[in-house]
Design a protein around this ligand. Structure first.
Ligand code: UDP
Ligand code: MG
Length: 322
């Protein structure tokens, strides 16, 4: 008997008690139908406050293909994903949301392309059912801005739903930055990419964990973790403004030489002060963003702590890194 390849399905879950059983049924179908592969499901419980962990443990009782990782608290999806990647066993991994917005039925197609030699088969959404106009609009604008700033190509309308070959996983595991923007990292590591299309379903049950604050945070992380061009733009705009200031200075000097000292000028003085003040504050903010990132990264804290992997209780003495 030849050895079957092991496929890991990685699912970060935070307060997903309503959908987990549905998710399991859909995944079970896929796993049972594709007999050419062995499957492992790794559920990462990201510090859920509801019954998620208990449901996961019950599922594992039923089906030993299910493994779980319980994090010590809620770290957010980005961190839950890297924690999961650290623990997967498969020759490839499919990252999928717990809420069934990403149809597991796409997995066989992903596997097909993987067999053809692609390392990163990502699913791009055709439509976004059940999402508000504002969310769609802001995400579209955001991609535009991000793409304007960075040189690496970031896939539009693509989430974390994708199949990654083992070597992509090993690459991602080496990137230990704490302010993660995984969507950009997928592009940054390179390798052979293949796009497939799908219709994103609305959430099967439960509520989204996203809000605009998180979205804005993630967007800023996205820009600041991949490019320093906002800093360069600050400098360029600074040069332009001071050039304009210099010209205005010449104008004022000439006027004073020709007309003598005339006191009026309140309006123009105020305009200049307010404008320059505003620009300076904005650029200080930009510098602050980068300084803040440097601050977090220099602490070199571990990205997460885990409470247990399956039945094994983790002690902090046993350190799992890289
Ligand atoms: N998630 C997580 N930790 C969090 C928030 C979300 O692991 O702090 C998981 C969540 O369980 C789901 C996925 O990330 O599997 C996507 O979350 P959600 O559906 O809320 O986001 P959306 O699809 O609305 O962007
Ligand atoms: Mg969702």
């Amino acid at each position: 008997m030849e050895n079957k390849k092991l496929v890991t399905i990685l699912v970060p879950a935070y307060n997903e008690q309503e959908v987990l059983n549905m998710l399991y049924d859909r995944l079970k179908n896929i796993m049972d139908e594709n007999t050419n592969y062995d499957f492992e499901v790794l559920l990462v419980n990201d510090g859920s406050k509801d019954n998620t962990l208990n449901i996961i443990m019950e599922l594992r009782e039923k089906d030993k293909r299910i493994n779980y990782l319980n994090l010590s608290r809620n770290y957010g999806k980005e961190t839950a994903m890297i924690a999961g990647l650290d623990y997967i066993k498969g020759d490839c991994v499919v990252i999928i949301d717990a809420d069934l917005q990403d149809p597991p039925e796409l997995i066989p197609e992903m596997l097909k392309y993987w067999e053809e030699g692609y390392d990163d088969v990502y699913a791009k959404r055709n439509s976004r059912k059940g999402e508000t106009f504002l969310k769609k609009f802001t995400s579209k604008m955001y991609y535009k801005i991000l793409q304007g700033f960075t040189k690496i190509e970031i896939q539009k309308d693509t989430g974390d739903f994708r199949l990654l070959d083992r070597r992509c996983v090993e690459a991602l595991k080496q990137i230990r930055e704490s302010q993660r923007y995984t969507k950009g990292l997928f592009s940054w590591i390179g390798y052979n990419k293949k796009e497939i299309r799908y219709d994103r379903d609305p959430r099967a049950a439960g509520a989204t964990h996203w809000n605009y604050k998180k979205l804005i945070d993630l967007s800023i992380d996205g820009i600041t973790s991949f490019t320093t061009s906002p800093l360069r733009w600050s400098a360029i705009i600074g040069v332009l403004v001071s050039l304009a200031g210099f010209i205005y200075m010449i104008v004022i000097i000439c006027q004073t030489l020709i007309n003598g000292v005339t006191t009026p000028g309140y309006a123009s003085t105020m305009v200049v002060i307010l404008f320059l003040g505003g620009i300076q504050l904005i650029f200080l903010g930009v510098i602050g963003e980068y300084l803040g990132r440097a601050f977090y990264e220099t602490k070199r804290r571990p990205l997460y702590f885990i409470d247990r992997y399956n039945e094994e209780r983790e002690t902090n003495l046993k350190k799992k890194e890289n």
